[in-house]
Design a binder for this molecule. Sequence first.
Ligand SMILES: Cc1ncc(C[n+]2csc(CCOP(=O)(O)OP(=O)(O)O)c2C)c(N)n1
Ligand SMILES: [Mg+2]
Length: 379
Amino acid sequence: MNSESSVVAKQTDAVSDTESQSLRTRDQLAPADHLEILRQLYLARYFDVRLIKEKRRGRLRGTLYSSHNQEAILVGTLFGLRPDDWISPIHRDMPAFFLKDMRSGWNNPDRKGMSVAEVCAQVWGKEASPIRARDNWSHIGSLDKGIIYSTSMLAATIPVAAGVAFAFKLDGQDSVVLTYNGEGATARGDFHEGINFAAIHKLPLITIIENNQWAYGTPVELECPTEDVADRAKGYDIPGLIADGQDVLDVYDKTMWAVERARRGRGPSIIECKTFRAYGHGDHDDDRAMRYRDAEEIERGRSRDPISVYKRYLVEAQLLSAEEADRHTPENRDALQVTDDDFPPEVIAALKEAVEFAVSSPLPEAEEAFRWVFAEDAE
Ligand SMILES: Cc1ncc(C[n+]2csc(CCOP(=O)(O)OP(=O)(O)O)c2C)c(N)n1
Ligand SMILES: [Mg+2]
């Protein structure tokens, strides 16, 4: 992985110097916004930690795809969006389903994101889940909330997202669509077809690439011929930005730059966020991943925890005292080592309530399997 400074400074040629000067939307954030960003980072981390522990205790079934160490990408890309913007998360982005529009209030029933409880019901495979227990992970979406249904076919949501962005353009609406993909997915045909279409029609589509250096057991150098995945943008003459995926404000700045550009009708961008996958591809791969990646690489990849990178910024900017920063410290530690005492009480409370809801919700009746198979009368 590149060093911190080169990651932040380097942009692909498609972003001109004049354009990149406006890359500091962070200056408009209020102190309360900064503290909310930190709370959301804690929430995303605690969701992951809690699920990993539940799985280890045998209280969860199905595969778990951890977003540990990648939380700054989710919070940084979602924080500045409007409720009417759309997103399309994938398997690595489970917290994105509840982080969307969370800025409008964690308990706001009208917010355009899923509740933590709904997402937990999905993970526990309960009837109260958005797809009524047909799966336990990211195959969910919502037309009302502006979330494109995720599928297992990597990159297949990009042409769909381009279609949503095309509709925005035809309707004269200045909303944008953000799609999320791993770097591995950028090798798929759908990725190129979708972005090609968006570039030709100057659609408000922003493709976030979470470059965590691995696609299952394949390293990035066997997935992409250029050093930076963002360079794929050159083939479409669109901006290819590179963000430090461990730095929530760098992700935020680059996202907002691309979002504002898209709202002005200037078309799509790609944002490559450099990060590192902390665990195996899924929990079924944890042990193998310890063998196909060496210990030194894992240690280096985890060494810049997004929570500590952000806390350091907040303390230096005098937005948080050193004492407050040390009050809760889940960062730089393995999921199994942290306890509830390492998180703020409001984060624990949000998850506790959601998990209790999921655990106490009923499993579906057997008849459920026959629903949504054939056309049904509208209820
Ligand atoms: C078209 C397609 N090929 C293969 C797979 C199996 N698969 C699921 S996730 C994955 C790795 C994805 O890597 P990347 O895009 O880098 O995302 P990451 O898991 O690292 O976040 C693979 C190969 C799939 N789901 N879809
Ligand atoms: Mg990857």
